[in-house]
Design a protein around this ligand. Structure first.
Ligand code: ZN
Length: 480
């Protein structure tokens, strides 16, 4: 498993930032030309190997003068990558593979169609009206003509007139030949790590100080952060796995007042609630104020005062910066909490090897709710659905990575009604009256069950038991 990690540089002075911008600009200009060229389907035969397109572009004189050739090679690879991703996403959206499968029933015909879809050279040929020959498949010419015509039509419809455009100079990708890493000392005697990247001047490198001392190797991407006049270095790490976990399985219920509650009733990450609440409250308050000002400026359109309001009170720059800050704060809390759940209490310092790692301290299986069934779960009117669903999706993604690293299995189950269902295996009574705010109290009218407890704990217990449940499987629609 690979994972991209984003490392920030310190703020760069204007000269350095401009230098970095200028090299990224030249890279982007080249990439733009490449991507535009690759719109011709006759060139798609070059997409199967990124080096073929690089050689073509070089031979055709598409390379700009006076700049490191290897950097432009990277721009060529990057362009190929962008185009492939675009084509693939169009194909996926139009469901081309499934359509083709349904359309042709003969085994050989399907084989031929899939072989064409797996090769950009074949796709390019089909788009040019040709009928590709695939050496590993034996199909009659008639059948091939028929399939090619079909694929031509569905691919044309899938792509429409869309093609990627490279507008802003924001990032460049570098292989290990185009940068180096060096360490220096700060005035306080600590280590400072620098990534020295290629510039647009011959033999000159731009030295970017990192804010931490993470390992930088392999292919990296340098991304400009205009707002803070700095850059991010995206590094791809290979994720190493710990030995397979053997501890008891746990189920989690994502929360709003805390990050999650597990099936033994422990609430994890209680600092989460206040942060999420203040984010929402602040948002509601400023939204109200903004709406008032909007209404005001509508009444009084074109006046000096309206223009003043539009400029000073209705901008989105500060609003977005604030949102980013709060999100970062929430991410810090949930990140630490999820690590604690996956690696065990106190194991946050795992990276520094202060805590011994016993497989029995980590859950052998982590069971979580399936996020496609969230509609019914908004627990609080004060927390906007938008915030909480954003946070859940983030948490879900994060725990997937950590569970992988920690050697735990992962299962998702349908969480519909998990907080309204009695967790007693002999009862299982479902009713919304079972729940009053944070308290669960079973109201089964048939006998005196009276099971009582914390509602999040109940939800987590139900999630845990559903792993065995056949009645509510993962695909049961919420309303059922
Ligand atoms: Zn009950």
């Amino acid at each position: 498993m690979k994972r991209t990690v984003r490392l920030a540089t310190l703020s760069l002075n204007k000269g350095k930032y401009d230098e970095l911008y200028s090299v990224i600009k030249r890279y982007t200009d080249a990439k733009r030309v490449f991507v535009a060229h690759l719109r011709q389907t006759s060139l798609w035969r070059l997409l199967d190997r990124s080096k073929s397109f690089r050689d073509y572009a070089k031979a055709r004189g598409l390379y700009p003068e006076g700049i490191n050739v290897h950097l432009i090679d990277q721009a060529a690879f990057d362009a190929v990558d962008t185009c492939i991703r675009h084509i693939e996403s169009c194909f996926a959206r139009a469901d081309i593979k499934a359509k083709t499968w349904r359309r042709f029933t003969d085994e050989n015909e399907r084989h031929y169609a899939y072989a064409c879809l797996a090769r950009y050279s074949a796709i390019g040929q089909i788009m040019g009206g040709g009928v590709p020959e695939i050496s590993t498949v034996t199909t009659s010419l008639d059948a091939r003509v028929k399939i090619a015509a079909y694929l031509h039509r569905v691919i044309r419809d899938a792509l429409g007139s869309s093609w990627p455009t490279v507008v802003k100079a924001r990032s460049m990708s570098l292989d290990s030949g185009l940068y180096s890493v060096a360490d220096g000392d700060t005035p306080k005697g600590k280590t400072r790590r620098y990534v020295q990247v290629v510039s647009s001047t011959h033999h000159k490198r731009i030295s970017l100080p990192l804010s931490g001392i993470s390992r930088v190797s392999g292919n990296i991407r340098v991304v400009l952060d205009e707002e803070h006049q700095r850059a991010f270095i995206h590094v791809i790490y290979d994720v190493a796995r710990l030995p397979r976990a053997t501890g008891p399985a746990i189920a989690l219920d994502w929360g709003i007042t805390e990050v999650c509650t597990d099936s033994s009733g422990v609430h994890h990450g209680k600092e989460y609630g206040p942060a999420l609440r203040s984010m929402t409250e602040r948002r509601n308050k400023t939204d109200k104020a903004r709406n008032r000002l909007h209404a005001l400026s509508k009444k009084d359109a074109g006046s000096k005062r309206t223009k003043h309001i539009a400029r000073n009170n209705l901008g989105t720059k500060k609003q977005q910066a604030r949102l980013r800050r709060t999100k970062a704060q929430l991410q810090t809390i949930s990140g630490a909490t999820i690590k604690e759940v996956v690696y065990g209490e106190g194991n946050r310092t795992r990276a520094k090897k202060r805590v011994p790692q016993l497989p029995s301290q980590r859950p052998r299986e982590i069971i979580i709710e399936d996020l496609s069934h969230l509609q019914g779960k908004a627990k609080s009117k004060n927390i906007s659905r938008l915030c909480s669903s954003w946070a859940r999706a983030e948490n879900q993604e994060r725990i997937t990575v950590h569970a992988y690293v920690g050697g735990s299995g992962m299962k998702t189950v349908n969480a519909a009604y998990s907080s309204q269902t009695c967790p007693d295996p002999g009862c299982g009574y479902v009713h919304r009256d079972n729940r009053h705010g944070d308290v669960f109290h079973c109201r089964n009218p048939d006998w005196e069950c009276n099971w009582q407890g914390d509602v999040d704990h109940v939800a987590a217990m139900n999630i845990a038991s559903r792993i065995e449940d056949r009645q509510i499987n993962r695909f049961t629609p919420y309303r059922e």
